[in-house]
Design a protein around this ligand. Sequence first.
Ligand code: MN
Length: 485
Amino acid sequence: MYTIKGKTTEWELVIGLEVHCQIISKSKVFSGASTAFGAEQNTHVSFIDAAFPGMLPVVNEKCIEQCVKTGMGLNAVINKYSRFDRKNYFYADLPQGYQISQLYHPIVGEGFIEVTTSEGTRKIGVERLHLEQDAGKSIHDMSPTKSFIDLNRCGVGLMEIVSKPDMHSPEEAGEYLRQLRAIVRALGTCDGNMDEGSMRCDANISVRPVGSTELRQRVEVKNVNSVRFVMEAIEIEAHRQVELYEAGQTFSQETRLFDSVNKETRPMRSKENANDYRYFPDPDLLPVILTDEYIENIRRNLPELPEAKKKRYVSELGLTPYDAGVLTADTETSAYFETAIKGQDPKKVANWIMGDLFAFLNKTNIHISESPIKANQLGALVELITNGTISGKIAKEVFEIMTQTGKDPAVIVDEKGLKQVSDTGAIDALIHDILAANADKVAEIKAGKDKLKGWFVGQIMKASQGKVNPALANQLLEKQLDSWS
Ligand code: MN
């Protein structure tokens, strides 16, 4: 159990996460404007997004479908009745003066995400998922005296996924986020890119003495943009609270920012009471009513979810839970793996993917979907090792050439003459020459210095440029040494 040992008391953490996921859809949630990322400022803005008087929002059906899918991925209740509310506040990048959200009747109710940490597997409760619109973007760093507004993002659909205060360590919160990201990616409902802001996390953090069940004053740390930073922010904020309590101080409910450079949280604003938003039902929008048929149709077409896939990799393919977790973290990786293992030993393929391939992709910053080595080619490489055509050592060399040329491994082996030598006559001759040239060392072996055999195997491998099967070389060496005189 993760705790913070203070001077007088041992403390545990209580963490809840609110995650905003940008919905994958061609157009915005209440207008027909494009959601494409990276366009010129203020070019993807309809009259609705710019809040011209008299404009009427129309809900985008695709966004509804994406919420329902995600709800199913969260093992959650899909609410057949949901409704939109206006959340009123003023900000320059919110031309309407309110955000359309769902307070009282969210489209998705309670569910859970299964999370595996070093302490085991737990279900983390999900309180709700609601559909809302994003605000525009304020740009403060283009001029020392002016701020600029880009409304391209204004009105893009968001799913806000609120967890229960069920997490008790930075690790657990990190795994929850990773798992959530894997789910939305598998479903194609959000791209999950935290660094581009399409997934944004607010963490609610409080501490309490170990053993207590109270919920103490919480602090919200806003807009943390990577899993690692969320974990760091939680740890740092929890320590800050422990120090305050132990110094006999109190603090109020507030919103803070995480400074990832100075490793501290800083006050942003004191938390407005939710009532200050003066929520009321949006008079321009009808409630969303879903039929059983609509919901079941989506359920039938749901792809395999990461958790189910992970369990299948462990039970059917014999992978460790850790390896299965890594390979199911996103759909491209699992698709790559599943193509590569056709006819191959899954464990060997997993080792190549998580070892050499990931190392190469990380180093070159290439995504697996753009890997110069295609999945079937990696499978073919493993096949060449399995059937004895090349040794594991030569395979590393072939792999290297594959990353540079994209050629099939068999072609590279042919071109470079890398085929393992299994002609025992040729190997015998090679061994004979080496033994003859090193008669002194042979004598030492005969006198009992067994360790030197390894040196001979090394010489054989070297003389054959690694093309002799090491097991075979060993066997033939022993045979010749026995009869050597
Ligand atoms: Mn929100």
